[in-house]
Design a protein around this ligand. Structure first.
Ligand SMILES: NC(=O)NC1=NC(=O)NC1=O
Length: 172
């Protein structure tokens, strides 16, 4: 699908197709719909990014809380969204040994207790060793730093999800 097709989508289809580019936050897609027509995929992405940046801290933290833990309960119970399932599988979250799995669970819990929102990282850009290293390191940060870092990661996840749905302009 190219950006012209995206611009021609009725609202329902726009949200059906693009509603999960930010995990479990279709409100973001619903909000940017009124900004069409988008001159390019980059312009659509910028509209999403601007909507997120304009949110108060509570809104940003709400977006982070919509993300399932890496190698967490949702993965164990098979209730991840398709996108998250693919992302987590790709980074080896489904293939942790028992030591790695318990370390992930402990660090995720520690992170969440410290910040009040979950650790979020763009899993497609990391392997499991890197994710564990990042999680351990980022636990030491301040809340404001992690809120901003988590939102940066949300935008990377969104970028890759959009790339898989909409042809980038130079591919037309
Ligand atoms: N807590 C997370 O970082 N979750 C995730 N990152 C991804 O890239 N996909 C997820 O489900």
């Amino acid at each position: 699908m190219d950006i012209a097709t995206v611009n021609a989508l009725p609202y329902e289809d726009f949200v059906d197709i693009l509603g999960n580019v930010v995990e479990k936050c279709p409100i973001i897609t619903a909000a940017v719909w009124s900004g069409r027509p988008f001159l390019s995929l980059a312009a659509l992405e910028a509209a999403i990014s601007e909507f997120i940046d304009a949110l108060p801290e509570s809104g940003k933290e709400g977006i982070l809380r919509c993300h399932p833990d890496l190698a967490g309960r949702d993965l164990q119970s098979g209730s991840l969204t398709r996108e998250s399932r693919e992302e987590q599988a790709g980074s080896g979250m489904g293939a942790l040994n028992s030591g790695e799995a318990s370390r992930m669970a402990r660090l995720n819990q520690e992170y969440k207790e410290r910040f009040g929102f979950p650790f979020v990282i763009c899993a497609r850009m990391h392997d499991k060793e890197n994710i564990l290293r990042e999680l351990s390191a980022r636990c030491q940060n301040e809340r404001a730093v992690e809120r901003a870092r988590g939102i940066e990661e949300v935008k990377k996840i969104c970028h890759l999800r959009l790339q898989s749905l909409v042809l980038t302009d130079n591919m037309l």
